[in-house]
Design a protein around this ligand. Structure first.
Ligand code: ZN
Length: 74
């Protein structure tokens, strides 16, 4: 099941304040995917796994990966 939230003024990773769509998708395996698509082209993706670890990726609208990390639950 996917939930979409629209923002009219959200600050993108590049610093611009633009419109954005936030997608939240949760499946039966308790895996949560959250993605934000900004109007300028920047994208932010977060995956949350069953064991509590979180993978996060932020991509600038010029294609540069600004952040990519995996946070593991203790
Ligand atoms: Zn941008």
């Amino acid at each position: 099941m996917m939930t979409v939230t629209h923002f009219t003024a959200q600050q993108a990773p590049c610093g611009k304040v633009v419109e954005a769509d936030d997608y939240e998708d949760r499946d039966d395996e308790a895996l949560l995917t959250q993605e934000t698509d900004y109007g300028c082209g920047c994208v932010s993706i977060q995956h949350q796994y069953h064991d509590g670890s979180v993978a996060c990726k932020v991509i600038h609208h010029n294609g540069t990966v600004l952040k990519e990390e995996l946070l593991t639950a203790e």
